[in-house]
Design a binder for this molecule. Structure first.
Ligand code: ATP
Length: 627
């Protein structure tokens, strides 16, 4: 594929303000790509060269990009720099300079996606002395052959500022659009979907025959929509156990929907974690689960450990490779009794002698680049393991939880660093409550109750896990993770920080968009304000990002990237916020929201969802009316 086709698609995507239009443009672009190049196209759409877990960072500084632009367009670096200061977007600067290029290059050839990818990969992987000059040369070489609009993206990608706002769910929606024709030919799938449609209209005997033309058309449309959704679900099911959209896209191109069957869980490729629901009391938990396992809830890092013979890889909650941060755990994994395994646990600093759990502030210090070995000696972490998903070639996700835990215990054996989470099995609310109090007394966060017979459901929040936290004793029952979508400049004393408040949103999974829920101005220290202003200024957006839905206009929009944990007194109805808003239905807002901290372990799509907020709102009324 010509890189021009990709650049022009990016330009169209950048201009739209509705997610549906964006999805259609992407579908068109994917349709034009062949099986050999589709993975690269997908990664480039997200400003990457590989799925996030592979940790390939292009990491080019602005300084070097300026030099490359100057070289390619025949200007001085100072001239480029001056324009950058004025415009604040080096992509646009590159576009402008290429329009008024002083020299025609001798070796210019039309750029292909393959060539661009190859050079960017070289830029990402070149190290050592002389590497900077080589990186500049590689980028300038691309710019030499680029049109102005291509130049805009050739600069933005290596700088990490592509920011088209294309989320994983939108990419999967686009795949599903392109697979509709195949789905229509899949008799079995059509039959299942039709059955559901008919079921919906049960009671109307012979309804089919009576349909007039208009209704028939409507029904076909409905069937197509449902078919698309069914395909989309199949894709997401696989994505949940194989977090690589490029790989999935290639499989779909080569073998169609059926190709998905070949995709299996394997060590080294991260899965999406299962998540916990909330209930406010021990009684409600027992009513829902009956006899269940109740585990201590530790406040550390959730880690997924992958062992493949001698190779150990550790993934974070957002599927990033964090192996290097946990040398003591890597060492301990080598001793477990399985050659291949995928298991999960919460890692935190624990003093075995005093049996004390260290506060999260100590555990979090592990998130650093240097002195990790020193930290590992000073505050060694213990991995409290709670689930086993795969062992020695077998996918165990379908087994009941109690069986998985049994096998996990056997595999861990006697290990000092990796141990099982503390747990009891009970069907008594009183016993659950006592265990909760005991856990909180030990400085833990609370408990997680688990359905003994449930499968492991990757990527979903279901009632197979129910959390009960210390903080639930407050009005709202839990903290909420919101995504920053804009900020206000601040008045009075706050003007010095350039930031006075945040506009935040929750995630709507159904529409893959972010819906406003709160303006937040409290809870931030001066240091936090300064830091927020610094990081948010880098992701400013001139207009409302396409996946953001908000009627409130902040002074400055930002790309949905950062998640913050927020406390609030309650959830109230709101005519101005868009979370949960629908025709004839008001939205929901947080009352007296206060920022607690940045949640760097969460991606925006892992923030609290609109559905959860609606459930919490209902629960809250339920409690306050004493019903
Ligand atoms: P969520 O993970 O539900 O989106 P969150 O990241 O804000 O929310 P919590 O609300 O604290 O986390 O609850 C779930 C998390 O608790 C898990 O993701 C895991 O990191 C942690 N955890 C601690 N102890 C356990 C345990 N025994 N079993 C499962 N998870 C545990």
């Amino acid at each position: 594929m010509k890189f021009k086709v990709l650049a022009e698609s990016f330009d169209r995507v950048e201009k739209v303000s509705k997610r549906l239009e964006m999805t259609d443009f992407l579908a068109e672009l994917f349709e034009k790509s062949n099986a050999d190049e589709i993975a690269r196209v997908i990664y480039l759409c997200q400003g990457q060269l590989a799925p996030p877990y592979k940790d390939v960072e292009i990491g080019m500084g602005e300084n070097y990009a300026e030099e490359a632009i100057a070289k390619a367009a025949g200007y001085t670096k100072a001239e480029v720099e001056k324009e950058f200061k004025k415009r604040g977007d080096l992509g646009l600067v590159a576009e402008e300079f290429l329009k008024k290029k002083k020299q025609q290059s001798l070796f210019s050839a039309e750029l292909t996606v393959e060539k661009v990818f190859k050079n960017l990969m070289k830029i990402a992987t070149t190290e050592g002395s002389g590497s900077q000059q080589l990186k500049i040369k590689l980028l300038a070489e691309l710019l030499n052959s680029a049109s102005p609009v291509e130049a805009r993206y050739l600069i933005r990608i290596p700088l990490g500022s592509l920011r088209l706002g294309i989320g994983d769910p939108t990419i999967m929606d686009a795949f599903a659009i392109n697979l509709l024709a195949e789905a229509q030919k899949d008799k079995e799938l059509v039959k299942t979907v039709e059955k559901k449609l008919k079921g919906k209209k049960s009671g109307e005997k012979n309804a089919e025959k009576k349909l007039n033309e208009k209704r028939k058309k409507k029904r076909t449309e409905e069937l197509d929509k449902k078919l698309r959704l069914a395909v989309r679900e199949k894709i997401e099911d696989k994505y949940n156990v194989h977090s690589d959209l490029g790989d999935l896209a290639e499989t779909l191109k080569r073998n169609g929907i059926k190709g998905l069957e070949k995709i299996k869980i394997e060590p080294g490729i991260p899965l999406r974690p299962t998540l916990a629901e909330r209930l406010p009391t021990a009684e409600e938990i027992i009513k829902k689960l009956g006899k269940c396992a109740v585990e201590a809830k530790y406040d550390g890092f959730r880690l997924a450990i992958h062992k493949n013979e001698t190779k150990v890889t550790i993934f974070s909650r957002r599927q990033e490779d964090v192996t290097e941060m946990f040398p003591e755990i890597v060492k301990a994994v080598k001793d477990i009794k399985a050659n291949e395994a995928i298991f999960e646990g919460e890692a935190l600093a624990f003093n075995e002698e005093t049996q004390e759990y260290c506060p999260f502030q100590i555990t979090i210090q592990r998130k650093r680049k240097y002195d990790i070995d020193k930290m590992a000696k000073e505050f060694p972490l213990t991995l409290f393991s709670f689930d086993l998903l795969y062992a020695n070639g077998k996918n165990l996700m379908g087994l009941p939880f109690k069986k998985r835990r049994e096998r996990l215990g056997k595999i861990i054996g006697k290990n000092k660093t990796i141990i099982l989470t503390d747990a009891i099995v009970t069907d008594s609310a009183k016993e659950l409550e006592e265990y909760f109090d005991k856990s909180v007394g030990k400085g833990l966060e609370g408990i997680i109750a688990k359905d003994l017979n449930a499968k492991y459901i990757a990527g979903a929040r279901k009632f197979s896990w129910i959390k009960l936290k210390r903080s639930y004793k407050g009005e709202l029952g839990d903290t909420i993770d919101t995504v920053i979508v804009g900020f206000f400049k601040g008045k009075g004393k706050r003007t010095q920080f350039g930031l006075g408040g945040l506009l935040t949103a929750v995630y709507d999974k159904k529409s893959d968009s972010f819906k406003s829920i709160a303006k937040i101005g409290t809870g931030m220290s001066e240091e936090m304000l300064e830091n927020l202003c610094k990081i948010l200024s880098k992701i400013k957006s001139e207009k409302k990002p396409a996946r953001v839905e908000s009627e409130i206009k902040p002074d400055i929009w930002v790309e949905p990237k950062y998640v913050i944990e927020v406390n609030a007194d309650e959830i109230t109805k709101s005519p101005i916020h868009t979370a949960g808003k629908a025709k004839g239905k008001e939205g929901l807002a947080l009352r007296f929201p206060r920022m607690i901290k940045l949640r760097q372990d969460k991606k925006p799509e892992q923030a609290t969802t609109v559905k959860e907020i609606e459930q919490m709102f209902k629960k809250q009324r339920h409690v306050s009316t004493g019903a």
